[in-house]
Write a protein that binds this ligand. Structure first.
Ligand code: ZN
Ligand code: ZN
Length: 346
């Protein structure tokens, strides 16, 4: 099979490898589409190193068809179209038992500890098969739509942590694919107004296409002034950071009204620190929350929202890449020229 092997930062190579052999309890998935995650970009640039092996096959936003089933596998069949839920949780640590399997203390993941989806085939390990980490794709849902299930699930987890309520004003920082998912989910959750800050011109347009009520270009106008103006001086109920820029945390907190919630949703670069005014948190009783990954139930909800036609997937994705053009796919995410790059694999 063809696979892209990650050897280290900025070193990826298309190779011909043996197609994985399937043993008891395992499943072989023929990959239809894989998408580039912001985390893949951070792995590629060396900004994320935790749990990343070299050499390995990364990629965790993957959909495809089951082509082989190991002995003893229940609940799945050959020919079934499925999406991967990458996080394999242990189900017995404190985090898992407290309903936070996304943050499992013993978590393993496809695309990290196990080889992932930037290949023609992926082996689904038995622990993932047992835990139901393959999600059925309804017949009427295209692979190209279902491929955003996992990142959408992470945003659903983020929405829960942000506690968006009816008629809230939400500010999303960054109109990349994740930002646009937050815009759409906030609207579905009942937000009254959603505003988006983004420096790339075509992405601000995409934010409006995704349902935003207003956009700000923080390079040419003051984000704080603009949000004040939009909210008649009140500030936002929720601010979601969909870009991992540590230096922006304090400014984002300053956009909130009293008791508002700041969600540090994006991953940040290891070693970079933020300064924050503790009195802004103290006097304004601001909540600062984070979000990591998603639960299996979040993934089910994400697939269901897509199947119900609630998510505009077209504004989120840029199709047409392949294993051969994976570096272009990554670069186009990195410089903001595309949205979420989607590879056609089989
Ligand atoms: Zn992802
Ligand atoms: Zn656990």
């Amino acid at each position: 099979m063809k696979a892209v092997v990650f050897n280290g930062p900025e070193d990826m190579e298309l190779q011909e490898l043996e197609t994985p052999e399937i043993k008891k309890g395992e499943i072989l998935l023929k990959v239809a589409n894989s998408a580039i995650c912001g985390t893949d970009v951070r792995i590629y640039t060396g900004k994320k190193t935790k749990d990343v092996r070299t050499p390995s096959i990364i990629g965790h936003e993957t959909v495809g068809e089951i082509v082989e089933i190991g002995e003893g596998v229940k609940n799945y069949e050959q020919g079934q179209r499925v999406g991967i839920i990458p996080i394999i949780s242990c189900q017995h640590c404190d985090a898992c038992l407290n309903g936070l399997e996304n943050a499992c203390e013993n978590r393993q993941a496809i695309g990290y500890e196990f080889d992932g989806g930037f290949a023609e085939y992926v082996k689904i390990p038995s622990e993932a098969v047992e835990k139901g980490n393959l999600l059925n794709i309804p017949d009427h849902v295209d692979f190209s739509e279902a491929v955003i299930t996992e990142p959408l699930a992470c945003c659903i987890n983020g929405l829960r942590k942000s506690n968006v309520k009816l008629n809230d004003t939400v500010v999303v920082i960054g109109a990349g694919p994740i930002g646009l998912m937050h815009v759409q989910l906030a609207k579905i959750a009942g937000a009254g107004k959603v505003y988006v800050s983004e420096i790339v011109d075509h992405r601000r347009q995409k934010a409006m296409d995704a349902g935003a009520d207003g956009v700000v270009n923080p390079e040419t106008e003051s984000l704080q002034e603009k949000i004040k103006e939009y909210t008649q001086g009140k500030g936002a109920d929720v601010v979601v950071m969909a870009i991992g820029v540590a230096g922006l945390v304090n400014e984002c907190a300053s956009l909130l009204k009293k008791c508002g919630t700041l969600n540090l949703f994006a991953g940040f670069t290891k070693g970079e620190w933020s300064q924050i005014d503790p009195n802004a948190i103290h006097y304004n009783e601001i909540n600062v929350v984070g979000t990591t990954a998603s639960t299996r139930q979040d993934n089910r909800n994400a697939m269901s929202l897509i199947a119900n036609g609630k998510i505009n997937t077209d504004v989120i994705t840029t199709p047409g890449y392949s294993l051969e053009t994976i570096e272009a796919a990554i670069n186009d995410v990195m410089d903001g020229s595309g949205m979420k790059s989607v590879l056609n694999i089989n």
